[in-house]
Design a protein around this ligand. Structure first.
Ligand SMILES: Nc1ncnc2c1ncn2[C@@H]1O[C@H](COP(=O)(O)OP(=O)(O)OP(=O)(O)O)[C@@H](O)[C@H]1O
Ligand SMILES: [Mg+2]
Length: 205
């Protein structure tokens, strides 16, 4: 979905396609390529996942960069414009750095959510994940691709703890995920928790 106001000059004129290194202007073509690049980024980051990985700001940027570096100059970089979707106004770009620091300080105090392998902690894990997903959605640090980068970031956290990638399929299709994302803007994480209760499952469970 394209962002407004159109002061964000990352798109080709009168188009939803971001200006890209391959100069592709057809939405269907760029969508397919992005899909392939996302799958490759998942594979790459999964193979690099080990005890030394910290889910910090650098890692979030790396995730975004890994998905989009072949297409966009701004891959892995925080945006320098204000953006909104429908009624939702995301973090003003001038506050991105301080708000991001605030979120990642909390995440660090939670040891980057690296201690939730034990199934008995699943409910607490869901509460924490829902909280951070909501915070990161309000932050919305990148020009585009925030949803995909965030889901990949969170999928690496859950993988680290012995869970499968979160299954968002149904909730992405029926717009429940969007409704949950809108609620994030008023720090209401309840719908996001419901999504995780359905979509978060242990490997081999
Ligand atoms: N009206 C809204 N209010 C708040 N958040 C929203 C709204 N609409 C969508 N979102 C959130 O923004 C994300 C999309 O952001 P963005 O377009 O930057 O990422 P994307 O990866 O291109 O999209 P998608 O998540 O659809 O694949 C969605 O995943 C959702 O979490
Ligand atoms: Mg988008």
């Amino acid at each position: 979905m394209k962002y407004y106001p159109p002061s964000n000059h990352i798109y080709y004129e009168n188009s939803d396609v971001p200006i890209n290194k391959l100069n592709i202007k057809e939405l269907e073509v760029i969508t397919e390529i992005e899909k392939e690049l996302l799958a490759r980024a998942y594979e790459h980051l999964h193979t690099k996942l080990d005890e030394n990985v910290n889910f910090d700001e650098k890692y979030l940027c790396k995730v975004h960069e890994q998905i989009f570096f072949q297409l966009y100059d701004w891959a892995g970089k925080f945006r320098t414009v204000n953006i909104s979707k429908d009624e939702s106004i995301f973090c003003p770009y001038l506050n991105l750095s301080s708000f991001s620091n605030e979120i990642f300080m909390k995440l660090k105090n939670d040891n980057f959510l690296k201690d939730f392998e034990d199934i008995s902690k699943k409910d607490e894990f869901i509460d924490k994940l829902a909280f951070y997903i909501c915070e990161f959605n309000v932050l919305h640090p990148f020009n585009e691709g925030n949803g995909r980068a965030l889901r990949l970031f969170i999928d690496m956290i859950v993988t680290f703890n012995g869970y499968e990638y979160i299954n968002y399929e149904e909730t992405l299709e029926n717009d429940y995920y969007i409704k949950a994302s809108i609620d994030c803007m008023i720090t209401d994480c309840e719908k996001m928790k419901v999504i995780l209760q359905k979509g978060l499952n242990k490997i081999f469970s």
